[in-house]
Ligand binder design. Structure first.
Ligand code: ADP
Ligand code: MG
Length: 592
């Protein structure tokens, strides 16, 4: 360390500009992003992006927007030059992607930039040195940026390999292409055409064209919602579309990709329970807010936004999403393609904050034989052929053959039970479709609902369970959960020194002391979560298992109850059944 610091000096203009430029333009992808913003702001219908060597060598963005005059060209690369706002007041209601007037100045500061632009029949080019010369161009603007950071080695050394920079440019391109489906976008990297996204009539089409998920388009849905000062479109994968990470989640606010944890969470929150085992939904959320209710001027790349009323937006997004998963998705296949995108969703969506529609089940009114009446013992009568009904069933059941039953007896719901297949599924024909019911998941859900409906009935334990909290934190957490647990039927008493007595458990709960201890100390934070886990574990214990052979009567009963479930998901969030339509089967065997 020197003894004293040198005197304070104002940096030369050029150095200061380079430092400021680095804020906006930190790598080639930022050039792509800013030039795309400008092209979109210029009202372009077609935009083409070319990058060479990850944009480090060259980036060209061409548009057919309204272009610039010779005078515009002379000033647009100067600091704080913009045609989009004229006063600080305007910052409160920005309707364009750009507004700071710093992108072209910053790009100019870190590379050799050339702009060719046409307006009103004449075209000019501004050269890297600043001269403006006549040019040939019919419409719009072409901006070319060469040798990024060539004169800024401090930055250049932080660039990644060209392949990695290409990937970042590609992402910047997609981030702009997704929210503007009406614009044609083209991306060429190192001379190869990577994307040609034709104008699309919906955000869903654009998302599928641009992101190319491997699943069928049938599994993706477009739903909308709104509130006082905002509206949104959510392109959402159904429960069939699962991802191991959150990379297929995009949030846009007024056409800008945003890193907004809270909004992502709003969707994930709405999808809660549908994506078990660390899986995540696929979605693109496009939110439009009144410009004066959001502030984008807090991050150099505008990747953050502040809302005036984040709670209302969060709530609307998660409820629309929850309604979607709860009521519609499993049936979208049986209703033919397109239904999910139009009718039901449009309605759900527009009434984001309104009352939720009635759950739709295959048998809305339920059916006479489905009640839990026969479960007086609290146990579902699962019969096994070798014990009681072997003669009746015959050997086909064990060897996995499907033995179609005759039509439904009177009073039963309108489905035909075909048999148990692969030791795991109950095959059922209904409404022109084949349903495969996951026997364990279905039975588990039925049991779970049954336990829930008897919530509150408790059994005193003759000999209380004694549970030791291994440390102070566990002890504190039990103290916190005590009341919530009591409401669910688990009565705990503090026995001092980190010991707890469990004096009563729910009447329908059959777990052991060890199981209860594990769950209680598992670290589940919320008492509700803990309780639903305890109930789910109980339901799982009571439900028939994969590979259990069910007698047809029991199987039919489980099928009927499964079809009547208002929420056909097992307590862990897996769907209880899957639907295969006749059309789908026909397609598979190439029949039309
Ligand atoms: P900002 O977008 O914040 O206004 P920029 O530095 O990105 O600032 O651009 C400065 C100005 O140059 C813009 O306000 C616009 O008038 C003009 N401009 C930039 N790119 C284009 C384009 N592709 N077509 C038409 N005008 C453009
Ligand atoms: Mg701009």
């Amino acid at each position: 360390m020197p003894e004293t610091l040198p005197p304070v000096r104002t940096l030369p203009e050029e150095t200061a500009q380079k430092i400021a430029a680095g804020e906006v333009i930190d790598r080639p992808a930022a050039v792509v992003r800013e030039l795309l913003d400008n092209a979109i702001d210029a009202g372009a219908r077609k935009i083409s992006v070319e990058t060479d060597k990850g944009g480090i060598d060259r980036i060209r963005v061409s548009d057919d927007g309204y272009g610039m005059t010779k005078e515009d060209l002379a000033v647009c690369r100067k600091n704080h030059s913009t045609s989009k706002i004229t006063s600080a007041q305007d910052l409160l209601a920005v309707r364009t992607l750009g507004f700071r007037g710093e992108a072209l100045a910053s790009i100019h500061a870190v590379c050799r930039m050339e702009i060719t632009s046409a307006r009103g029949g004449s075209a000019y080019k501004s050269l890297p040195g600043g001269q403006i010369v006549p040019a040939v161009r019919a419409k719009g603007t072409l901006i070319q940026a060469d040798g990024i950071f060539d004169t800024f080695p401090a930055r250049k050394q932080f660039l990644k390999r060209p392949a990695a920079e290409t990937a970042l440019c590609r992402q910047a391109f997609l981030d702009k292409a997704l929210p503007w489906p009406q614009i044609e976008f083209r991306l060429v990297t190192d001379g190869t055409l990577r994307f040609l996204l034709s104008p699309a009539d919906s955000l869903k089409t654009r998302c599928l064209d641009a992101l190319q998920p491997p699943e069928s388009a049938l599994f993706f849905h477009e739903i909308t919602g709104s509130g006082g000062t905002f509206r949104f479109t959510l392109v959402l994968g159904g429960p069939e579309v699962v991802r191991r990470d959150r990379r297929s989640q995009f949030v846009f606010v007024n056409g800008r990709r945003i890193d907004e944890f809270a909004l992502r969470q709003a969707v994930e929150f709405g999808a809660e329970g549908r994506f078990p085992n660390g899986l995540h939904p696929f979605f693109c959320l496009f939110l439009q807010v009144d410009p004066d209710t959001a502030d984008f001027n807090i991050h150099p790349a505008k990747r953050e936004v502040r809302f005036r009323d984040p709670g209302a937006i969060h709530h609307a997004v998660s409820s629309v999403c929850r309604d979607f998963y709860r009521h519609n998705v499993l049936f979208s296949h049986t209703q033919g393609s397109g239904t999910a995108d139009s009718g039901v969703f449009a309605q759900t969506a527009h009434e984001a904050a309104g009352p939720a529609p009635e759950p739709r089940t295959l048998f809305p009114g339920g059916f006479p034989d489905a009640g839990p009446a026969q479960h007086t013992t609290g146990k579902m009568p699962v019969h096994f052929p070798d014990i009681q009904t072997a003669a009746e069933n015959g050997p086909e059941y064990r060897s996995g053959f499907i033995r179609p039953e005759t039509g439904p007896a009177s009073g039963e719901p309108d489905f035909r039970y075909l048999g148990q297949i692969l030791g795991t599924f109950l095959a059922v024909e209904t409404g022109g479709s084949l349903l495969l019911i996951d026997q364990h998941a279905a039975h588990e859900r039925i049991m779970y609902n049954e336990i829930l409906s008897h919530r509150g009935e408790i059994q005193e334990l003759l000999v209380p369970y004694r549970i030791d909290a291994p440390d102070d934190a566990a002890d504190r957490s039990l103290r916190q959960k005590k009341r919530g647990l009591a409401e669910a039927g688990f009565i705990l008493k503090d026995d001092g020194d980190g010991f707890w007595l469990v004096t009563a458990v729910p009447a329908r709960w059959s777990g052991s002391e060890k199981e209860l201890r594990e769950e209680l100390l598992s670290g589940a934070a919320e008492p509700e979560n803990l309780v639903s886990r305890l109930y789910a574990a109980e339901a799982c214990r009571r439900a028939c298992k994969d590979g259990d052979i069910l007698d047809p009567q029991t199987a039919r009963k489980i099928a009927a109850q499964a079809l009547a479930l208002p929420e056909p998901f097992c307590p862990h969030g897996r769907p209880v059944y899957t639907v295969i339509t006749k059309e789908e089967l026909f397609r598979r065997v190439k029949r039309t």
